[in-house]
Design a protein around this ligand. Structure first.
Ligand SMILES: O=C(O)c1cc(=O)[nH]c(=O)n1[C@@H]1O[C@H](COP(=O)(O)O)[C@@H](O)[C@H]1O
Length: 277
């Protein structure tokens, strides 16, 4: 079955389920706070609970691969099941693996996450463009062919990102703006929304870049990193209509109660809707 383009699927999901991505980040401290052990069984219970609570509710779930990789191949098996079950329950899955390498290796990463016949097949993948945006071409091509999306790191939520991303090249264009321009080119003419998104932290004092890429803008940093829904219009300006705020710890801390997880994510959806008119 061929999927419709990711941008169109995301646009529809945001309209029907609300504008929110929830991260599945099984931190050791969260497992402990949920009364679980920091082991494979704890990981399994945590992930199953988040998927059960939220995959039928929120537009996007974003598993953070690092927390599953901590447990080796059996942790990755848990990740595989989480992805499959979340997709079956109707959530779009954005795999947060931040892959980026030379083109020939990038092709293998793309196959892993963006080929429908692979166990970790996801609707979209976070990618790092810092080996040069062109090195991502195999992922761009496979995503386009299979109805998937990419989110390229442009202006990340952490303070250290600035030294690389705000650097200005000989042409007077910042590194981040260069990434945004390449994404805009990939999204040209796409309706209602392109499939090639940027990551732009909600924690930024200001974007200081042209965010009109005709694609989604993933905005981590809301909650535990200090940003709030009210910050979004200031950071994103007119492009706020394409923002997809992402929250992990500030929702996950409400578990293990399924009802409390749902209530916390519903509160964020409401706050975001009120801030992003
Ligand atoms: O790509 C990301 O999702 C991401 C990019 C970024 O600039 N900053 C950022 O925090 N993230 C991820 O978003 C999540 C943030 O988690 P919380 O701070 O708990 O909401 C983590 O999984 C990060 O790896």
């Amino acid at each position: 079955m061929t999927l419709a383009p990711f941008g169109a699927r995301l646009h529809a999901a945001l309209e029907t389920r609300g504008r929110l991505c929830v991260g599945i980040d099984p931190h050791a401290s969260l497992l402990t706070a949920w009364g679980l052990n920091d082991d494979l069984a704890g990981l399994e219970t945590f992930s199953r609970t988040v998927v059960e609570a939220l995959a039928g509710e929120v537009a996007v779930l974003k598993p953070q691969a690092a927390f599953f990789e901590r447990f080796g191949s059996r942790g990755i098996a848990v990740l595989e099941r989480s992805v499959t079950e979340a997709r079956e329950a109707g959530a779009l899955v954005l795999m947060d693996a931040k892959r980026g390498d030379i083109g020939s290796t990038m092709a293998a990463y793309a196959e892993t996450f963006l080929s429908p016949d692979r166990a970790l097949f996801s609707d979209a993948l976070t990618v790092s463009p810092y080996l040069g945006f062109g090195s991502l071409q195999p992922a761009v091509d496979l995503a386009r062919a299979n109805g998937c999306g990419l989110f390229a790191l442009a202006l990340t939520s952490n303070p250290e990102g600035h030294e690389v991303q705000r650097a200005v090249g000989a042409d007077g264009v910042s590194v981040a703006q260069g990434v945004l321009n390449r994404l805009a080119a990939e999204n040209k003419g796409a309706e209602p929304l392109g499939s090639f998104g940027a990551v732009v932290g909600a924690t930024l004092a200001e974007a200081g870049a042209d965010l009109a890429i005709n694609g989604p803008l993933l905005a981590p940093g809301v909650g535990a990193q200090g940003a709030t829904a009210a910050d979004l219009p200031r950071v994103f300006g007119d492009s706020v209509r394409n923002v997809v705020p992402s929250v992990s710890r500030d929702i996950l801390k409400h578990g293990p109660s399924v009802a409390a997880l749902r209530a916390a994510s519903a509160r964020f959806v409401e706050e975001i809707a009120a801030a992003v008119k």
